[in-house]
Design a binder for this molecule. Structure first.
Ligand SMILES: [Zn+2]
Length: 132
């Protein structure tokens, strides 16, 4: 039961996700931004012609505040994570929600917005990391 306004909102967020994906890839410097103990450690050239394809096949765009909890595809809410929702760092995040919250990889729907919540980016605490 999705309302018409929710559908419009979802489409707008899909466009935002598409628009922010190249910025996310550039920000990643060609590596998973999480770096959990399950990291696949894949490295690629973010400026390569096949970067988008590599990202599509080996990475996913994790929403720190989950979409179903009102999270959007603003760059501050996105993390380029290796794997899928069940594998690699992205899978690790969803299997370890409590630790992921302490590391800023998951942001509660009830607390401060993602842009105000630091997160551990490959071992370095980060807040509002801008695209390269
Ligand atoms: Zn990883």
């Amino acid at each position: 039961m999705t309302s018409q306004s929710q559908k419009v909102k979802n489409r707008a967020d899909e466009r935002l996700l598409a628009a922010n994906t190249p910025l996310l890839i550039a920000r990643s410097e060609g590596m998973c931004e999480v770096g959990s103990e399950m990291c696949a450690g894949i490295v690629f050239d973010p400026e390569s012609d096949v970067a988008a394809q590599i990202v599509q096949e080996c990475f996913s765009r994790h929403h720190r505040r989950l979409k179903r909890q009102g999270g959007t595809s603003e760059l501050d809410n996105l993390v380029l994570a290796c794997g899928s929702g069940t594998s690699g760092c992205h899978g690790w995040i969803h299997r370890n929600p409590q630790r992921s919250r302490t590391l800023g990889w998951l942001v509660s729907a009830h607390g401060p917005a993602p842009e105000h919540m630091p997160w551990l980016r490959r071992g370095v605490w980060t807040l509002r990391e801008q695209a390269a």
